[in-house]
Design a protein around this ligand. Sequence first.
Ligand code: AMP
Ligand code: ZN
Length: 137
Amino acid sequence: MSDCVFCEIVAGRVRAFRVLEDECAVAFLDIRPAAPGHTLVVPRVHARDIWDISDDSHAGVASLTRRVALLLKDVFEPDGVNVRLNSGAAAGQDVFHFHAHVIPRRHDDGLRLTWSSPLAPVAELEQAMRRITERRE
Ligand code: AMP
Ligand code: ZN
């Protein structure tokens, strides 16, 4: 028995409504859906977050996420879809087993998952770019 609920779901020891699965990842309905069809896609191998997951496992989650998005489009005929990854408590992560949220959207659904920040001054973007470039090279 793991103390990670998503590992327990992957192993079939905790009930979940499984939407799709393959050798790398499992997709199941979120029990607190932001919209009908809201699905989580998790790797079979435990990884905490975007920084912890392997490239292969991440690629597997991305591939199943796209299949889920296509399936949900067929079923719910949404106007759009959000694919969302939260890593770290500050970003809203509550369950520390990497997962992608796939959330079907409607024009008038009232969900607030976007932002409308003002245009940044170029100097601010340049400063961020300097910090990134220093570390990249
Ligand atoms: P996050 O806040 O990104 O960590 O998202 C965690 C999500 O997992 C939330 O939307 C929860 O509703 C969902 N969740 C937690 N436990 C379960 C569970 N046993 N089965 C399905 N979804 C779950
Ligand atoms: Zn886990």
